[in-house]
Design a protein around this ligand. Structure first.
Ligand code: APR
Length: 253
């Protein structure tokens, strides 16, 4: 029998009606039901190989770029064939229903864009886009090329080593994306801030939720496991994104 649809609390349903501005914040958990492993927790990528975090640091990129690229290729392979799930699609639906929408995602799997989300702040960048560490040229790698990668690719203009246009551990976030996050979430928090599938380890993920709370906005978290945000948000909905987020989207009208 199909899983019974989760019933949202009546007070939350009432609060969702009439919401006209929404900010969504996502992490790897929103893609878990697309078959993309999370980083932490049971079955997480970092659980199976502790060296992966070290391989994905800015320091390793400079000292051993082949190792970093092999780890990036591994991330890509774990997302091979993944398709947007009901949560990605529901988030794209919400964007169409409200006057003001922004999505802050930590994910590099491209599934939000594939689901139709438009106003996306991909704060950790992308693993298919590249930048030359010599001449700065921007580029793109095909998914197949990325999944088969075993050594750092070279720039076809100058021959220098390419880097992924993604934020690695120990690196700064792109200033223009931090500025967009600040403007969309901190300066004037949306009426609803919805956090889905993140362990909420980074200040730029926690701060938008705290700002929404301080501004008496509606805050909701969807996660099967409690996080540091679960005691901060007005509503912590314990469960999977693919079941719960469509219910939230349905009540935003
Ligand atoms: N639905 C919703 N949430 C889920 C689901 C699901 N079906 N399955 C797991 N989760 C939750 C987990 O409980 C956990 O809180 O998703 C979260 C995944 O946490 P992480 O693996 O830490 O992923 P994330 O929060 O995105 O990590 C942030 O850290 O490693 C870096 O750059 C990497 O972007 C990543 C960042």
């Amino acid at each position: 029998m199909a899983d019974a649809k989760p019933t949202l609390p009546a007070l939350l349903v009432e609060a969702l009606h009439g919401v006209r501005s929404v900010g969504v914040i996502t992490g790897a958990g929103v893609s878990a039901e697309s078959g993309v492993p999370t980083y932490r927790g049971k079955g997480g990528l970092y659980e199976e190989d502790e060296g992966k975090i070290d391989a994905l640091t800015g320091t390793t990129l400079l000292s051993d770029p082949d190792r970093t690229w092999r780890a990036v290729g591994d991330l890509a392979r774990h997302a091979t064939g993944a398709r947007p799930n009901a949560a990605h699609l529901a988030i794209a639906e919400i964007e169409k229903k409200v006057e003001r929408f922004v999505l802050l995602t930590q994910n590099v799997d491209g599934l939000h864009e594939a689901a139709g989300s438009r106003n996306v702040i991909d704060i950790h960048g992308s693993i298919t886009r590249t930048r030359c560490m010599g001449c700065g040229a921007d580029g793109e790698l095909g998914r197949e090329e990325l999944e088969a990668i075993h050594a750092a690719p070279r720039c076809r203009h100058c021959g220098a080593t390419l880097r992924p246009a993604a934020v690695l551990f120990g690196e700064f976030l792109p200033e223009e994306k931090v500025e967009r996050m600040r403007c969309e979430f901190l300066d004037n928090p949306p009426a609803l801030v919805l956090v889905v599938g993140t362990s909420a380890l980074f200040p730029y993920i926690v701060e938008p939720v705290l700002a929404a709370r301080r501004a008496q906005r509606l805050t909701v978290e969807v996660n099967p496991a409690p996080t540091v945000l679960s005691s901060v948000v007005a509503w912590f909905l314990q469960g999977g994104a693919a079941a719960i987020v469509p219910e939230i989207a349905r009540e935003i009208r």
